[in-house]
Ligand binder design. Structure first.
Ligand code: HEM
Length: 190
């Protein structure tokens, strides 16, 4: 048992088999199609992304100041780069799967231009908030963290300037995540 659960890939493969069993078992009621598969993957990547955003903001960043200097490297050299790897790719895949849902349901342009009505514009607002968040991840947080964590060369001044930039963008994303999730779960367009 310990051996099985010690193997993350195997655990995930079993989870996938369990999901396939639900798809087969309930296929008559909930079709397994491009729409439902996109929603399922969207939620997987969205949870991964926002989960890591909340880990960074609720756990890592507030705890850093109380970690003794000689132990800080465990976070900045080992944990944080791994977090940021999953964080940024999950953000991208959340965007791709989100746009995929909007496309297969035929409201992507209407939603993004707020020219639908009611719930279409609500999901449009959610999509724009999440797109701004993904932009922050790729074009502000990641470049700034690469300097802060020493993944790329940076002078002391550049590092000092990058840290607050990353923090503001990351906190903006925490703020936006709250109304964004309301739009995601309440639009109910299909
Ligand atoms: C740019 C990024 C994103 C885009 C373009 C996007 C787009 C969409 C779209 C079009 C829907 C379908 C709405 C409907 O038809 O009812 C949706 C649903 C949803 N989204 Fe996102 N989304 C994004 C980011 C996120 C994030 C970060 C989360 C966080 C967990 C999230 C969670 C959800 C959830 C839970 C649903 C409901 C699925 C369902 O009820 O079937 N989305 N999203």
């Amino acid at each position: 048992m310990a051996k099985l659960f010690g193997n993350l890939h195997l655990v995930m493969a079993i989870g996938l088999v369990a999901a396939l069993a639900l798809m087969l078992g309930f296929g008559a009621y909930t079709p397994v199609d491009s729409n439902s598969v996109a929603r399922w993957l969207h939620l997987f990547f969205g949870v991964l992304w926002i989960g890591l955003l909340y880990y960074l903001n609720f756990v890592q960043v507030p705890t850093m100041p109380s970690i003794p200097d000689e132990q800080k490297g465990a976070i900045s050299k080992h944990i944080a780069p791994k977090v940021l790897f999953f964080f940024r790719w999950a953000a991208l895949l959340t965007v791709v799967t989100g746009l995929w849902i909007a496309m297969v349901n035929g409201y992507m342009i209407e939603a993004l231009t707020f020219s639908g009505e009611g719930a279409v514009d609500l999901i449009g607002a959610g999509m724009w908030m999440a797109l701004v968040m993904a932009f922050n991840v790729w074009f502000i947080i990641w470049p700034a963290q690469k300097k802060v964590l020493g993944i790329v060369e940076a002078s002391a001044e550049e590092k000092a300037a990058a840290a607050p930039r990353a923090l503001i963008a990351s906190r903006t994303n925490v703020l936006l995540s709250i109304p964004m999730m309301w739009a995601m779960v309440s639009a109910n367009l299909g």
